[in-house]
Design a protein around this ligand. Structure first.
Ligand SMILES: Cc1cc2nc3c(=O)[nH]c(=O)nc-3n(C[C@H](O)[C@H](O)[C@H](O)COP(=O)(O)OP(=O)(O)OC[C@H]3O[C@@H](n4cnc5c(N)ncnc54)[C@H](O)[C@@H]3O)c2cc1C
Length: 553
């Protein structure tokens, strides 16, 4: 049996809570202002916004967290030379813990924008602080402290949807199952919740949401705030997948003001990849979400502003004469304005033509294979459909946990569409059976629970297997619906045309509209890989500089 993993607070304590020496504190004094606090006074409370980093100069501060029943637990006591803060402070987001002075305390307060300046100008010290901020967030993710509490059955589709959303965005949370947890039962009774209204979500600020949308939840817990409609950004990037995040890192680090919008989570499709094995520099592979979280934190370090989740509904690309500003219309009647736009909205999964597919989506039909889905199907038989690399990776990953994987492929071979290393690996897995020239014909089940999958085999015979989890990896369509009224030229499949495809002297990566660029999977003719998305994200910044330097700023 695998040894239980120890909490990060035990394994990485010295890096999580480093002590700055007096000379280091002197060097960073210029970034902040000194404040005094009386015994028992709160330096920070859960939900407070914009505190930044707090370095303790004298006295001691207790950092505490709430558990799902509201009980307080001590995380750590900071003394002189220690600092308070975690990743939320970098972006000016709400605090996830409380900090109270044990006795009189003197502290240096460094607000978020000065903290970002410190991290960049003090390379070695900045690295130590950044590492501590990241490790502290990982610690909070382990305990769920400071985040919302989701009350509902673990296998409920909406619980899975909300947990998946918070997890993808690296936000702490806890779940309580009313069937097994007396506290959850008590909560439901106290708030007079009908079981049909579950899940409910208790936000740290005390609000209760009944089966909220992801955006409602994000707004309630302060993950995303209102956008200033009067601010004009140098560049607004639509999509926080690898392409959009790469542009954010390079543009922000080169001094441009950057807004990144994504309707779901950072990381895009790459964030859903169980293991990326072909990205340069990671010989043992890396989980997509881990790679993308690094990029997301890096972009914020350089000052890129994130609006996630926030959906872009349309682009007004018809700039008036002499005014090269573009307007993005957003959900909630908001808008964002920028001098240039980067379209990095990627692609979404294709679905199969089965009438009751939607009933099982999220509970029995999945479009990614991450630890969340794996927990649901460990030890069972599963079906994977697809013949590309994403299907191959899912098969290899799932095969470690499940009893058997059926891989259904529409075509006559795997070799034509899947990388050789994956084909070889799959052929070496004893619990994987590949069925060529097969197509799903029906799904069976009720109350959102999938009970069996039917497929038509090569000679037309129908096979029925009692399978509760079906994974679909059958390609993608471009996310360009929001461009319908923009006038931006698209190819016949809806991908964005750029460069010489729109005009003989077109700038590489520029669309049919000057100042609007397209990169990554959404771009017509692009190579659908993480590395190429990142490469285009970096490359477009040079073109952006040229455009903004031509007097469009
Ligand atoms: C399961 C899986 C595994 C994969 N494994 C690998 C691999 O191992 N190696 C590899 O090289 N490639 C892999 N890929 C492909 C790779 O992930 C993609 O090529 C890459 O993510 C494309 O990046 P992108 O930034 O262009 O778009 P995406 O990753 O698709 O990101 C686009 C983002 O835009 C957002 N968005 C869309 N519309 C809007 C809107 N209107 N408003 C706001 N936001 C919007 C989306 O929410 C999304 O986050 C995999 C893909 C999948 C699905």
């Amino acid at each position: 049996m695998a040894a239980p993993t120890q909490p990060i607070i035990l394994t990485r304590h010295p890096q999580m809570f480093p002590t700055l020496d007096p000379s280091e504190i002197e060097r960073v004094r210029r970034f902040g202002t000194v404040r005094s606090y009386g015994a028992g006074e709160a330096l920070v409370e859960v939900g407070d916004i914009g505190h930044g980093l707090t370095i303790i100069l004298a006295g001691h501060v207790d950092i505490t967290q709430h558990d799902e029943s509201g009980r307080r637990a001590l995380i750590v006591t900071h003394g002189p030379g220690n600092f308070m803060g975690e990743l939320a402070q970098l972006a000016g987001r709400p605090a996830l813990v409380d900090g109270h002075a044990q006795g009189p305390v003197e502290a240096l307060i460094i607000p978020p924008d000065s903290l970002r300046a410190l991290l960049i100008s003090e390379a070695e010290l900045g690295e130590r602080i950044m590492r501590a901020l990241i490790l502290r967030r990982v610690g909070l993710l382990e305990t769920g402290a400071g985040g919302p509490v989701i009350v509902g059955r673990n296998e409920n589709g909406d619980v899975l949807r909300l947990v998946g959303f918070l997890r993808r965005n690296g936000h702490p949370h806890q779940t309580l199952n009313p069937e097994t947890d007396p506290e959850a039962k008590a909560l439901i009774e106290r708030f007079h919740v009908d079981p049909g209204q579950l899940p409910i979500v208790l936000c740290p600020g005390g609000q209760i949401l009944r089966n909220p949308s992801e955006v409602e939840l994000a707004r309630c817990i302060g993950m995303v705030g209102p956008i200033d409609p009067d601010r004009v950004y140098d560049v607004a990037i639509v999509g926080a997948g690898p392409a959009g995040l790469a542009t954010a890192v390079y543009a922000a680090s080169e001094g441009l003001s950057v807004l990144v919008l994504d309707c779901r989570a950072f990381g895009g499709q790459a964030g859903a990849s169980a293991r990326i094995e072909n990205y340069l520099g990671f010989p043992t592979g890396i989980a997509g979400i881990a790679l993308m979280a690094r990029a997301y934190n890096q972009a914020q370090k350089f000052g890129a502003e994130m609006a996630i989740p926030d959906e872009v509904l349309s682009l007004d690309a018809a700039s008036k004469a002499g005014d090269a500003r573009f307007t993005l219309r957003l959900a909630y009647n908001e808008r964002a304005t920028a001098r240039s736009i980067v379209i990095a909205s990627g692609a979404r999964y294709r679905r199969i033509a089965v009438s009751n597919l939607e009933e099982f989506e999220g509970t029995g039909v999945h479009y990614w294979a991450s630890p969340i889905e794996t927990r649901l199907c460990t030890g069972q038989e599963v079906v994977v459909v697809g013949a590309g690399n994403s299907a191959g990776q899912a098969v290899v990953y799932l095969a470690t946990y499940v009893k058997k994987v059926w891989l259904l492929v529409r075509g006559p071979s795997l070799q034509a569409s899947m990388s050789r290393y994956l084909v070889d690996r799959i052929s070496g897995l004893a619990n994987v059976e590949v069925v060529l020239q097969a197509e799903i014909s029906a799904l069976e089940g009720h109350d959102h629970i999938l009970e069996a999958v039917h497929w038509r085999g090569p000679s037309g015979e129908i096979v029925r297997r009692p399978v509760r989890h079906l994974f679909l990896f059958i390609g993608a369509e471009p996310n360009t619906d929001w461009l319908a009224t923009s006038g931006i030229a698209l190819d016949s499949k809806g991908f964005v045309l750029t460069g010489s495809d729109v005009s003989a002297d077109g700038e590489a990566l520029e669309t049919s509209q000057r100042g609007v660029f397209a990169i990554g999977d959404v771009r017509s003719g692009s190579i659908k890989r993480v590395a190429s998305a990142v490469g285009e994200g970096a490359q477009v910044v040079a073109t952006l500089h040229r455009f903004l330097g031509e007097g469009h700023s």
